[in-house]
Write a protein that binds this ligand. Sequence first.
Ligand SMILES: [Zn+2]
Length: 116
Amino acid sequence: MDNNSIPKAITRPKPYLLTVEYADGIKATILLSKLREECPCAVCKGEEIMGVRYTFGIQVMKPGMNELEALIPTGNYAIQARWKDGHDSGIYTWEQLKTIMQNNALSENELKALEN
Ligand SMILES: [Zn+2]
């Protein structure tokens, strides 16, 4: 496993923001709604069965769906997100989390705009 994918620190500077810092100096902040959007579980992302991707149900806006209740480390390879709407089947490997962080990282200006 790539050790640079293991977070050094995970913080929530605002109720809707997630910041992750890595040992290689990378630090990224994303909207929690992005983390939810990228939920890797079978319900959200579908499941591949015999090479065909199946999705179950339609993603609908639910109250609390983008509010994070807890991040629970799973073994030493992943983190499980529990959302306020009760959804907790999303387990993000360190690699998946880092990819999400880097692809959705907010710029300084975007962060400033959110403050106002
Ligand atoms: Zn999910």
